[in-house]
Design a protein around this ligand. Structure first.
Ligand code: PT1
Length: 277
């Protein structure tokens, strides 16, 4: 299985690690963007050193109850970081985590190779922003919006409904001329899902393989792991590594993680222990 994204063709017969790149919002008025862009660049170089395969950059948090940011703020946070990474000639794909078409277009123009959209290109203009490009696209399932999604998640059959939604979005993309080898699917752990829904999705993750597209999973440090272990967000490393391992063993091709070094090492053991697919 190969993913075409910009100048890259990722061979997804080996599990890939997508590293989450912090783009720190303005916490001090320290006179200018340099320190924040530089901090993001240093973080990116560390992740590359640790063996990351893809860098995922987001300027707006989509975790439960996160406050939305304006278009201008989001552009201001992510575009200079993408430009700095491109200037450094890093040789791995840059993914932009956004649902805003204007951010997608600006990020692609700056050199991003993947659009990672938690709204699966449902925003007006999102399909058009990627259709006539060659970037990869991650289509994620979410019930509701980040502001309200954890209020009362509700499904008759969470696995069926997630598969049906993703299948529908895949069809819409294909009809818009986006080739299948540019598409990724993601069940959207923690996005309008209770602990039970998340656990059911992990248990039956292999059900997503029937869509015949690469699967991306983001479980790193999420609350479901806190519910299982009783640990706070800063003590979920072991749980996150376990989640990455089990996801890959159940068919995930890409895992989106904070802890790249630990995850890369754990997945080397998975690769060594499992016959290549
Ligand atoms: C994800 C993902 C993402 N997650 C993709 N992009 C986040 N493709 C951002 C919690 O329950 O899984 N896939 N971009 C982060 N979102 C969350 C959601 C963070 C829930 C935390 C939780 O703690």
């Amino acid at each position: 299985m190969k993913l075409h994204c910009g100048q890259f063709k990722l061979d997804l017969t080996r599990p890939h690690v997508m590293g989450i790149l912090n783009v720190t919002p303005d916490s001090f008025s320290d006179g200018g963007h340099y320190s924040q862009v530089d901090a993001a660049l240093q973080h990116a170089l560390t992740l590359i050193d640790e063996g990351v395969d893809i860098l995922d950059i987001g300027g707006e948090s989509t975790r439960p109850n996160a406050t939305p940011v304006t278009l201008a703020q989001e552009l201001d946070r992510v575009i200079p970081v993408i430009e700095a990474l491109v200037a450094h000639q890093i040789n791995i794909p840059i993914s932009i985590d956004t649902y805003k078409p204007a951010v997608m277009s600006a990020a692609i123009a700056a050199g991003a190779s993947i659009v990672n959209d938690v709204r699966a290109l449902q925003e007006d203009g999102a399909i058009a922003a990627v259709a006539d490009t060659d970037v990869g696209v991650c289509l994620m399932h979410m019930q509701g919006t980040p502001q309200t999604m954890q209020d009362h998640p509700n499904y008759v059959d969470v696995v069926k409904e997630v598969c049906a939604f993703l299948s529908e979005r895949v069809s819409v993309c294909q009809q818009a001329g986006i080739a299948s080898n540019r598409l990724l699917i993601d069940p959207g752990f923690g996005f309008g899902k209770t602990r039970r829904h998340n656990i059911t999705l992990i248990q039956q993750l292999d059900a997503l393989t029937k869509l015949n597209l690469p699967i991306l999973v983001g479980l790193s440090r999420k609350s479901v792991l806190g519910q299982v272990t009783g640990h706070d967000v800063d003590a979920r490393l072991y749980a996150s590594v376990a989640a990455a391992v089990i996801s890959v063993m159940k068919g995930a091709h890409i895992v989106r993680v904070h802890d790249v070094k630990a995850t890369v090492e754990a997945l080397k053991v998975v690769v060594a222990a499992i016959a290549p697919i």
